[in-house]
Design a protein around this ligand. Sequence first.
Ligand SMILES: [Ca+2]
Length: 373
Amino acid sequence: MFMLRSTHAAFAAILSLGVLAAPAGLAGTIDTRVGSVSIEPVVDGLDMPWGLAFLPGGGFLVTEIEGRLWRFAEDGARQQVAGTPEVWVRGQGGLLDVMVPRDFAETREVFLSFSKPQGRGAGTALGVGRLNEAGDALEEFRVIFEMTPGGTRGQHFGSRIVEAPDGRLFVTIGERGDAELAQALDRHNGSIIRLNRDGSVPEDNPFVGTDGAQPEIWSYGHRNPQGASLDGSGQLWAVEHGAQGGDEINRIEPGVNYGWPVISYGRHYDGRKIGVGTEQEGMAQPEFYWDPSIAPSGMAVYSGAFWEDWRGAFIIGSLKFDYIAVVNPADWSEEELRSDETARVRDVREAPDGSIWFISEDRGAIYRIAPAQ
Ligand SMILES: [Ca+2]
């Protein structure tokens, strides 16, 4: 649907040399409802990149699933950051998201989510360390949350980290392949949790005081939420993987049950019906769903200056169909951004200047979307 008109042979040659920014004119261009946009490479040569976070004053951090954290300076120079945690690299597990809080300039804190080894298995964990002045090490890294118990399966760690407007932390956790546990309040599986900055439990969390419930739980009944973001009003949203069909965008409210595996708009991979169907009293409906599944990953809610008509839109990467979905919450219409670069999109972020950056896992690269010149 969207025309690609770029010089991709030249573009690919530049990438293979590892040059960090394409000379002007070599970016790919696609047409969208907000006009032509360019897609230009920022960095390449990454091995299974997962999460991306911008540093104030320029530069950014990128995780690779096997456990490496990289800091890139504004000029593209890269430095591996030491002091990262040991991670369980299996299936979808490893070093996952990275989050730089708004007070980074004072605290130097960097948050990481990862699969923490636990006996023979692993659980989704959140840790924090301070980036040293040289930017080449996290100091005093400590784990402030880990799901207990984890499990030996390699799927559905969730793991997206979001800083709430009040500075508290949301972390998404998948059901680890044990679907029924998404409904169990005594397990963190299939939930979105809310923590204070030091990992302690906020007293006004919805299940503090519920017998047997894990007090970190903010919402539950999730399958594998791998994308989450605040909208312009500070409301939390999450996007999650369904099974065969039934990927969802959910507006996340405290104490709410989002239904997995009792209700879903998808089916099991063997074709069996899931749970009771698509609706049940006491379980929230998604705001939007995909059938067939696109395998949604990272998400940003656009708030920047470049594209007025995309403000408030959900910009979501598809791992399975190699595109970026732009979903407009005014009418839940979906636009598809597609180019050679949108191959297995793992994370999508709005940059401080209002451009949209994304990770292509297939290409081991990060790209920047901006208005075409
Ligand atoms: Ca649901």
